[in-house]
Ligand binder design. Sequence first.
Ligand SMILES: O=C(O)CCC(=O)C(=O)O
Length: 261
Amino acid sequence: MQTVQEPETVTDAQVAFYRANGFVEVDNALTPLELVAMQEEIDRIYRVDNGGLHTAEHGSPYRKVLDQRVNIWRDNPVVQAFVMLPRFAEMARRLAGVPAVRLWHDQALVKQPGDSKPTPWHQDLPYWPMNEPGALSLWMALDDVDERNGAMSFIPGSQRVGALPGINLVDPQDIFAMVPKGELTGTKPVTARMRAGSCTFHNGLCFHYAGANQTDRPRRAMVIIYMPDGTTFNGRPHVVTEGMGLQPGAPLEGELFPLLT
Ligand SMILES: O=C(O)CCC(=O)C(=O)O
C-alpha cells in the first residue's frame, strides 16, 4: 500500500501563496491514525463529554450556522496534543513570518445536518480583541468537504482590504458592500474541497465563507488559532478573555495563551 507522508512544514511556494492570497491548503496534514483519534474524540465530546465552552444555546439560530465549542484543549488531553503539535505551529509561524506564535484558542466547528445555514462571508480579526493583525487559523477537515457540506471558500487577496466591521453571523450584512470601490475587482472565490485530514490556513483578515451542510451527516472541523508572540489585548469583550482582568495594551501571554514554537 502506498502511504503519504504528512508534511513537517510548509514549502516556500505555500508561504508565497499564503502571503499573496491570505489562505493556503495543506493536504494530508494529519496521519491516518491522528485523524481517526481526532474524529473519535470530537464525536465523543459532542455525544457525552460536553467539553469546551459552548458559544450558543441549543436551539439558538447560531447553532444552525455552527455548533461551536471553544478552548477544548484546556481540559482534554487528546485535543491538547493536537493543538500543541509542533509541526502545525511551525507552519503557522512560517506563514505569518514571525519569530514565534502563541495559541489564541481552539474551536471545534460542527455544521449539524438538518436546517443548516451557511457561515456568511466574514473576516475573523474584527471579532478578536487584538491590537495587531497577523493571527491566523488552521481549519482541519475531519470529514471530506465540498460544496454540499460546508467546505470553506476564500477571496484571494482580500486580506489586503484591511479590517472591516464584524459581520452578524446569523443575520449577515454584505461584506462586499463594505469594500472600497475598485478593491477586489475581478476576484473570484476559491473553494477548498478537501479530504478529511487536510487543512487550510487563513489570515484573520481574509474573507471566507462556508455553505450550509445539505447532507445528513455532521460536517466536523477542528480549528487552531495562532497569534504572533507579542500580540496585545485591545480591550474588546471576548468570551476567551472574559474575567481575566486584562487591561488594554496588555500582551496576550501566559499559560492560557501558550507559546507553541
Ligand atoms: O467552519 C465554518 O463553517 C467557518 C469557519 C470559520 O469561519 C473560521 O474558521 O474562521
